[in-house]
Structures are given as C-alpha cells and as structure tokens.
Design a protein around this ligand. Structure first.
Ligand code: GLC
Length: 717
C-alpha cells in the first residue's frame, strides 16, 4: 500500500497533469479545496458552464411551465443545477427555506412539511440553540425529499420597520442576527445539506426591489448590516451566499465588485459560492464582479429579456472577455462547498420524525412569544375557576397568521384558510394571501381551560364583538396582519378595522388582552386602554398551542423583542416613505442615512423613546441582578448574578451594552445570554462581547480600530 502522502502526491500529480482520475480516486482527496481543484481540472467547459446557472422548477402558483432543460423525475423546486456524474459531482437541488421546506405548487403529491416559527420569532427567543434545532429539522425534511441545498438563513437586519420580509430575518442588531443565523446554518449543514445566507446585503426593503437603489455609506454597513453577515459566516461557513435584488450605491448587489470581490471574498476570505436571487442577474458581466451562479434564469428572461450565464456568457468566453480562470473559480467554489458539507456523501435519507419536528416548532414558539404588556397581572389567565372568556377576531377559530412569499410553508394537511389579497405589488402579489396555519387558537385554549366557558366572535363588526366582551370575564382579541415578500407596510397599523374592534371591546370590558400575529411592530392607538399585549409574530404550526400555553401560564413567556417598536414613524430614520407611491417597475432610491446606528442604536443616538425597546419582554416571574463586576483590557467583560426572585420558573435574557466609547456615544449590544431559573435560583453570568462591537471600522485602512480609553457599559433586561 503506497504511503498515504505518496498516494496523495500521485493523485495530485495526475490531477495537475489533467490525467483521467475517476471520481473514486478524486473522492480519496480529503481536503475540500484540493478535491475541488482536482475535480474541476478534469471537467469540460460544457460541464463547467452547466453548473453556473440554475433552472427554476415549474410552480403553478406563478404560472411557470416546465423548462425543457429540467430532467424528468426530479423533485421540482426553486432550482435545479446539473451535476457531473462521471466525476462524482451531484446535481444541485435547491429549495426554500428558513421556516421549512416550501411547496408553492411545485409538487402536487407533496402533502406538506413542518411549518416552523418565523425567523423574527426565533430572534425573539435570544436562544441560538433553538435556531440550530430548527435548522437541523428543516434540513432533514429537505434531504428526505432529495434537496441538498436549502436557501435558508436570512441575515439582513430588520433596519427598516416597514419591510415586508422582516419576518424572515432575526433582528435589527448584527450580533444577535449573526449568532442566530450562524446556528441556523450550522443546524442545516450538520445534516449534510448546504445552507445559504441571504440576501447579501442591504436588501432591507421590498418595494420595487429590482429597480431599488439603496444609498448607504460603507462604514455604516461594515458596522451593522455587513457585520451581521460577517459574524454569521465566521461562525457557520455557509456553503453559499445569495446576493439580493436591489442596487447599493448604484450597482446591483449581484454585480457589486466591492460587496462580492472586495468585502466577501477578499476581506472575509469567503470560499463558498455566490448565487443570485431569482431574477437578479441582468448581465453576464456580473460573472466578472463576483457572482458565481445565475439562479432561476427564467426570471431573468421575464425581467431583463435574456438569460445571462448561458449564451451571452459563452460568447464573452469565446471573445476572451470572460477568462477561463474565473470560470474555474466559480465551479471550484461550488465544489468545495459540496465537499466541505458532504452533499456528495449522502447515504440513505434520514428518517423524518414529524412528531419530533412539531415538538421543535413548539419549543421555538414557546421561546419566542413576547409578553409586551401585563398590567394588573391580567395574565396568566386563572385556571382554577370557570372563567367566561371571549375570544375575538384574528381568525382564531381557524389558525395563526403566516408570512407570505418564497418562505411560506404549506403545513401537513394544508392551510386552515387562505384569503388572497392580491394587489399590484409585482408578480408575488398573487402570493399575497392570508395563510392560516392550523390548529386554531380557540381550540388550543379550550384544551387548557376545560372549566372555562370560551366563546368565539369573528370580529365582523366592533359593535358585535363588544356584545360578547360585555358579558365575559376577560376578552382576548387576536389581531393579524399579512406581511411578506415583494411588498412592504405603508404604516404600522393593523388592517381590516381591527383597531376599531379592539377599541370597542376594551370599552365594553377593561380586562382585554390583545394577541398579535404580525411580522413587524404595530402601532397601537388602544395600547394604554388594554391590560395585556402579547406578540406571537408568525409562530408556525405549533403557534396556537404556544399562545394558549402562554395565556394560561402553562409556559412562562421569555421572548424579548429583537426589533424596536416605534411610538411613531416620525421617530425612525425614515419618517415618511414616499417611494411606496411609485408603480411597480419604476426605479426608486432609498436612503439609509443612519449608518451603523440601526434600530435601538438610532434611538440611543437621537434620544427618542420607543414604544417598546429592543430586548424588551416581560415574564410571569421577576429577576434580580446583583454583584456586577467589570474587567477591561483589550475587551470588556461583565459578570453578574441573576436570581429568580419570583414564585415560578422562568427565563431571563441579561444583555450587555456599550453605551459610550472614548471616541463618542454609541450603543452596541455586546453580548447576551438566556438563563432559565427555578424560583429562588441564582446563576452567575459572564458576558464578553466581540471586540469589533466596541470599535469603529476604518474603511480606508481596511480594519477595525479600537480606541484606547474609558468605555461605559451597562447590563439591562
Ligand atoms: C425569491 C426570494 C429568495 C428565494 C428565491 C427562490 O425571490 O427573494 O429568498 O430563496 O427567490 O425562491
């Protein structure tokens, strides 16, 4: 047996000489980069070109007919890319995404997947471990269907509070976003499925996204929007990055030399590949700007009139405008990710335990529901006596609200209801529907309150709802708002006259609780009148159960809002949003002048008071902090003791913030930890942040600067 090193050298020599090395020999090469180089060296140009574009499956929901290049018998989904069987390179079968394996009409025989809680709810959990478990479960359900690439891992910051896709993102803060997104990716990739971090970067608003130009300064991006991606990439090495639709400072994200070649590939040393979003490749020249794969190329035909990485790129290749070395690099990036994650080593598909996945969905929903207000301890509901409970509105007799667009997950057994709103908001307007995910909150409440007299009213009119509230001990009003891809909120109000219903109900019964199911903060004209407010976000198929558990105290809520709730949009960096008035297809410019001062950082800088601050969330117990100790040096570490001073078990999230640095005031979340404590139990918590959060990024020097001197920090809830 030749000595391993000698065998390796032989293999490499053969590879470099372009000798014919079967894929069995190639598979002997353990280092992903070396194996990628050896494999790519043996590919023909046709095989290389076949890997740098993907073909979208036929989805009835947007009226797509099957592309003739799609082989028969493959599981239809977001994208298919041919492989190279003779060299052991698997085909790429790509599916959405962060809340579960989606099926917007691709596979009529697929009876549904686990609908996990939305990313912003997981962000509210401040618990990276739950993001990992969700990622693992989605990847198992993807793999069981033959999908080896999950388009999951939304890492944009929720920096614009009207953004329709905020439900798919974790937070307005880069540290929380980076840590959560990384664990989601680690969970997915632990199952041998490639995960994709998206939508890189500064894709924080949907309106006219294909013609939207975001103006934002580079330093501000480095310290916020980009830092979230950077932390996520460092902590999870996602196999792929998806660049977004819009422009940044005049250049499309998928053809952005600075974002892709300079920041991602050079500064951060990213070795995976960059795929475009679906219809985000208007030009073959994006191949020279750092884009490695054109995705769903039919969308480029419908939007820009032509495919980019097929004939046009071939012509550029023939004319010498697209160098061979670049083509090789594009392919090697994909191959190295495949080998690093192990999509070429799949054994039999893992058994999928849907009951276990539902339990994970329930755990996530329990951890991410946020108790915003609880006056006079109106919650939890008394379970020891037969209450008369009015449950009003929000289609609570059918299910919970879900986010729409490519992230929407068809649950097993289908939706409990679907109401298409449509609208002119681009092609995905057809997908702009209220999707109700079962089970029904009313039914889940009845299970936990067998002695109670629970009656449902459909909130058809305020007056009618008030009649039921009047003769009840407590009134719970459910309020829902449809949010999702391709459209944004014009303001933060609840639709369909739900505010008037809440006003009428609380006028009839002061013991009123509002349960929200939205993807963003909400304006609440009735806030001071109601006693309790719960934000359940889009909580997935176990959401109704978790809501009932929180309302009855079966579960002690521990969510903390990962996005600031404005008292008024006038307090935000964009008091008005005039571009919303532009028709679909018209170019728009959107300014992010806040730089790195996103979300809570903006409120700290401007001194304005939000309605609910980032990190806010109440509990049914109380927590005391004591024994704060500080350690300086080249970083800042705090240590404290957290004690559950109440009468029931619960979880708290002590958060460590920078409030002032030697070179000026600035607020930065440095670290957090979720601690679960029994009544009376104490726990020492040590919180050390990433030093980059203490510093400023020097774009010219290309590095972080940490000023010497005094830093002010604080620990808060
Ligand atoms: C969509 C979304 C992206 C999704 C892709 C495939 O337009 O922007 O998040 O993964 O296309 O469906």
């Amino acid at each position: 047996m030749a000595h391993p090193d000698r065998r390796m050298r032989t293999l490499m020599l053969a590879a470099m000489l372009g000798g014919s090395m079967g894929h069995a020999a190639l598979a002997q090469i353990t280092d992903p980069d070396r194996r990628a180089a050896a494999t790519e060296a043996q590919m023909t140009d046709d095989e290389r070109f076949a890997m740098i574009y993907s073909i979208m499956g036929a989805a009835t929901i947007i009226g797509m007919t099957p592309d003739p290049r799609l082989p028969a018998g493959i599981p239809m989904s977001a994208a298919y890319v041919g492989g190279v069987p003779r060299l052991g390179v698997p085909a790429q079968l790509q599916t959405d995404a962060s809340m579960g394996v989606t099926n917007p009409g691709y596979r009529p025989d697929d009876k549904g997947a686990t609908a996990f809680p939305s990313a912003i709810l997981l962000g509210s959990s401040f618990n990276p471990a739950i993001a990992r478990r969700v990622g693992e479960a989605i990847a198992r359900e993807a793999r069981a269907r033959g999908f080896n690439i999950l388009l999951a891992g939304g890492a944009n910051l929720t920096s614009e509070v009207r953004n329709g896709r905020n439900y798919e993102y974790y937070a307005e803060d880069p540290w929380l976003t980076g840590v959560m997104a990384a664990e989601a990716v680690n969970g997915v990739q632990s199952q041998g499925v490639i995960s994709t971090l998206k939508h890189y970067a500064a894709n924080n608003f949907e309106h006219n996204r294909h013609w939207q130009d975001v103006i934002a300064d580079r330093t501000g991006l480095r310290e916020a929007e980009l830092l979230g991606f950077q932390i996520a990439i460092e902590r999870s090495q996602p196999g792929a990055i998806m660049c977004g639709y819009n422009k940044l400072n005049g250049d499309y994200l998928c053809g952005h030399d600075w974002l892709l070649n300079q920041v991602l590939k050079k500064d951060w040393g990213y070795r995976g590949w960059v795929m475009s979003d679906w219809g985000a490749t208007p030009s073959w020249e994006f191949a020279l700007k750092g884009l490695d794969q054109e995705s769903g190329l039919q969308n480029d035909v419908s939007l820009w009139g032509a495919e980019a990485f097929t004939d046009k790129l071939r012509a550029a290749y023939r004319d010498g405008d697209f160098p061979k070395a670049r083509l090789s690099d594009m392919v090697r990036r994909m191959l190295r990710s495949m080998y690093a994650v192990g999509v070429d080593k799949w054994g039999p598909a893992p058994r999928v335990d849907m009951a276990a996945h539902n339990a994970i969905a329930l755990e996530g929903a329990r951890e991410g529901i946020v108790l915003l207000k609880n006056d006079a301890a109106v919650l939890p509901l008394a379970t020891d006596r037969p209450l008369k409970i009015a449950v009003i509105g929000g289609f609570a007799q059918k299910g919970v609200g879900s986010g729409t667009g490519s992230g929407a997950v068809l649950p097993v057994g289908g939706f409990a209801g679907e109401l298409n709103i449509g609208g002119a908001h681009g092609r995905l307007g057809v997908a702009r529907s209220l999707f109700l995910t079962p089970p029904a909150p009313v039914d889940e409440l009845k299970k936990l309150l067998p002695a109670a007299e629970i009656e449902y009213d459909g909130a058809y009119t305020p007056a009618e709802s008030a009649l039921l509230a009047q003769r009840s001990d407590v009134a719970i009003v459910f309020a829902v708002r449809v949010e999702g891809e391709a459209f944004d909120l014009t303001d933060l109000s609840l639709p369909w006259g739900q505010d008037a219903v809440i006003d009428a109900v609380v006028a009839a019964n002061p013991n009123t609780i509002v349960v929200l199911q939205t993807g963003n903060p909400v304006s609440m004209p009735w806030r001071d009148k109601v006693k309790g407010i719960v934000q359940a976000w889009f909580p997935g198929q176990a959401g109704a159960t978790a809501i009932a558990e929180v309302l009855t105290g079966t579960v002690n809520p521990s969510g903390r809002t990962p996005i600031t709730w404005p008292a008024d949009l006038a307090d935000t960096p964009r008091p008005t949003m005039p571009i919303l008035a532009t028709k679909w297809g018209a170019p728009v410019t959107l300014r992010f002048d806040e730089g790195a001062e996103v979300g809570y950082r903006w409120y700290a800088m401007t001194g304005r008071t939000p309605m609910y601050p980032f990190g806010h969330g109440l509990s049914y117990t109380t927590f005391d902090y004591s024994g704060l100790q500080l350690r300086g040096g080249d970083n800042v570490t705090v240590q404290l003791t957290v004690r559950n001073s109440g009468a029931r078990a619960g979880a708290d999230v002590p958060q460590h913030y920078l409030t002032r640095a030697p070179d000026g005031q600035r607020m930065r979340l440095l670290a957090f930890e979720k601690v679960t404590l029994e009544p009376g139990e104490s726990k020492a918590v040590t919180l050390t942040g990433d030093p980059r959060l203490l510093g400023r990024y020097d774009e010219r020097a290309g590095r972080w600067r940490l000023a010497a001197g005094d830093y002010e920090v604080m620990v808060g809830k």
